[in-house]
Design a protein around this ligand. Structure first.
Ligand code: ADE
Length: 302
């Protein structure tokens, strides 16, 4: 498969150097590049200026603080850079006004052959350029960075690690926070006295269709030693029973998401969770010989 090609338009191309100590010169992005899975080319917008001072910005009409990036150099840079490769890139502008970046969006971008990243600086970019270019506008979050460069680096890292072959089995992305977890339909649907409706099943009157896929946070991870600071690793992880470990991890992902990010769990799905959690506990309970449902999920037994 051809390498994913990133082109970055920036006034600080040095931030996108490929070798350490530059940000993408380490770890997964560096290995993915060496393996031919990804390439990136940073282009200095200043190279597309025509004045003596290589000016890429000017004062805002209407007054006010800060500087605004001008249309012309960016427009010329986009035309010239896009012509360097026959594949038409998706144009992406990093801006705090953009759509909030999610793992679903990252996954979609990881399937593209070519992406052009426009990293604005100063107060922003002349809006006429944005209208003419029609980029996908992405924001990292509800805060303001000094420029789009760090946001572009974060986006690139998030995409690169999803490229097939970028991450070894050891570092698999399958259970990452925000990755989709497949929730099986709970076998036993309990009736609730209040409504008389079942919990967690297709007959419950909810709109959840089981099995379903939902983004969940990651589960806790442990490594050697087995006991540290008086805290033991949850016993189930030492059992060698993969089905039981998977059940425990899914339970932990659900509990973590409920506790930390309840907004990620739709209400109608939440109604099915008690039955599902009970089922998962009975799977790993068998491996622990406890069978019951009052298992200490954190494994805080010393
Ligand atoms: N540029 C400045 N702030 C930003 C943000 N929060 N996300 C993306 N690009 C930005």
């Amino acid at each position: 498969m051809a390498a994913l090609r990133f082109d970055i338009l920036t006034t600080f191309p040095g931030m996108f150097a490929s070798d350490a100590p530059a940000a993408l010169g380490f770890s997964i992005p560096s290995r993915a590049r060496a393996a031919g899975l990804v390439e990136w080319h940073a282009h200095d917008v200043r190279a597309f200026t025509t004045d003596r001072h290589a000016k890429t910005d000017d004062r805002p009409f209407g007054g006010g603080p800060g500087m605004v990036m001008t249309c012309r150099p960016l427009w010329d840079a986009i035309q010239a850079v896009e012509a360097q490769d026959a594949r038409r890139p998706l144009r992406v502008l990093l801006t705090p006004q953009g759509e909030r970046l999610t793992q679903r969006r990252v996954e979609a971008l990881a399937g593209l052959p070519r992406i052009l990243l426009i990293a604005g600086h100063y107060e922003g970019i002349d809006d006429r350029l944005v209208k003419a270019v029609e980029p996908l506008e992405l924001s990292l979050g509800d805060y303001v960075l000094s420029g789009g460069e760090l946001a572009a680096l974060v986006l690139m890292d998030a995409i690169i690690r999803l490229l097939p072959g970028a991450v070894g089995h050891e570092e698999s992305t399958g259970q990452d926070s925000y990755s989709l977890a497949r929730l099986p339909k709970p076998k036993r649907i309990r009736r609730t006295r209040a409504t008389g409706r079942g919990q967690g099943g297709g007959d419950s009157g909810t709109i959840v269709e089981w099995p379903c896929e939902v983004p969940l946070l990651d589960c806790p991870h442990f490594t050697k030693p087995r006991v540290w600071d008086g805290r033991a690793v949850p016993e189930i992880l030492l059992s060698g029973d993969h089905e039981a470990v998977d059940a425990w991890r899914l339970e932990q992902r659900i509990l973590a998401t409920e506790a930390r990010r309840p907004d990620m769990i739709p209400d109608d799905l939440r109604r099915g969770l008690p039955a599902l959690l009970e089922q998962l506990r009975s799977v790993y309970g068998r491996a622990l010989n406890t069978e019951g449902t009052d298992i200490d999920p954190a494994g805080d037994r010393a």
